[in-house]
Design a protein around this ligand. Structure first.
Ligand code: MN
Length: 274
């Protein structure tokens, strides 16, 4: 018999607060009045906030369709792994922080609970599934959130996050250039990130495979923190239109970055909320 499941915890993953953070309000300018809504990663697959065709010609519909299906497969395998060990996860971000050992949750609405178990290490095959499929689920969920059809929002960073980027990198153009260089230099599959670190610094980093900056067990401290921008560097993200030309893909991607969402993400991470 499986232990009884706390239904409230399941529901918290799909809370209206989360949906609100994703879809509510077009006025996302970070002018100090931006609503700071907790922004977790649910276990379920979020619908895209745009049509597959909406990012043409920069990101093509056929690639996007396949890519979203690919994410869906990872999500299903991730959810199956959680079920296998009776893990209930409100916010997958909190699980990323400690894959090798599930700790006693401080906040049961956002943390991880393994039903009927004392805190402790997970079986190696489950750790692997969480790292690979859970990582892929988190990374793609973040990637989609930071995309928007060109012309539907600001053309670059605005407000407080723009100031922070200028302070850290010298200018917006210097930031974009450094991010592009890091993404080009990254060898093989992986991800490029803009990370808000616990020390308040903004850093550009890349991770291999499906690792991400939330994974304290696997990522160097210099690259650990809250991602506030993500770029998929796997060839499956661009091969359909750009073949091996990662540079052309990155140049195209800048045209469909959701800068409103960057302001929102920055407001959330600097508020210290999840
Ligand atoms: Mn991908």
């Amino acid at each position: 018999m499986h232990p009884p499941v706390n239904r409230r915890l399941f529901l918290s993953a799909g809370s209206s607060a989360l949906a609100g953070a994703l879809f509510a309000g077009e006025d996302n300018a970070d002018d100090g009045r931006t609503p700071v809504v907790p922004l977790g990663i649910p276990v379920h697959l979020e619908p895209l906030a745009f049509d597959f065709e909406a990012l043409e010609p920069h990101l093509d519909a056929a690639t996007l369709r396949l890519h979203y299906a690919h994410h869906s497969e990872h999500q299903a395998q991730f959810a199956a792994a959680l079920r296998q060990v009776h893990l209930v996860v409100g916010n997958v971000s909190t699980l990323m922080a400690g894959i090798t050992t599930v700790l006693e949750p401080a906040d049961p609405t956002t943390s991880v609970i393994q039903l009927g178990k004392k805190p402790g290490p997970l079986p190696p095959d489950i750790q692997h599934a969480i790292r690979m499929h859970g990582g892929a689920h988190v990374n793609h969920t973040i990637f989609w959130r930071f995309l928007a059809p060109r012309g539907t929002g600001p053309a670059g960073p605005e407000g407080r996050v723009a100031q922070a980027i200028q302070a850290e990198f010298g200018s917006i153009e210097a930031f974009k250039s450094a991010f592009t260089d890091a993404a080009l230099r990254h060898f093989g599959s992986g991800w490029a990130w803009l990370v808000y670190r616990p020390d308040g610094r903004l850093v550009i980093t890349t991770t291999a495979n499906e690792d991400n900056p939330l994974m304290k067990d696997f990522v160097d401290w210099r690259g650990q923190g809250r991602p506030i921008l993500a770029l998929d560097l796997w060839e499956h993200a661009y091969y359909g239109r750009y073949k091996n030309d990662r540079r052309a893909y990155i140049a195209a991607w800048w045209n469909v970055v959701n800068w409103s969402f960057l302001s929102r993400a920055y407001a959330i991470v600097t508020s210290g909320r999840a």
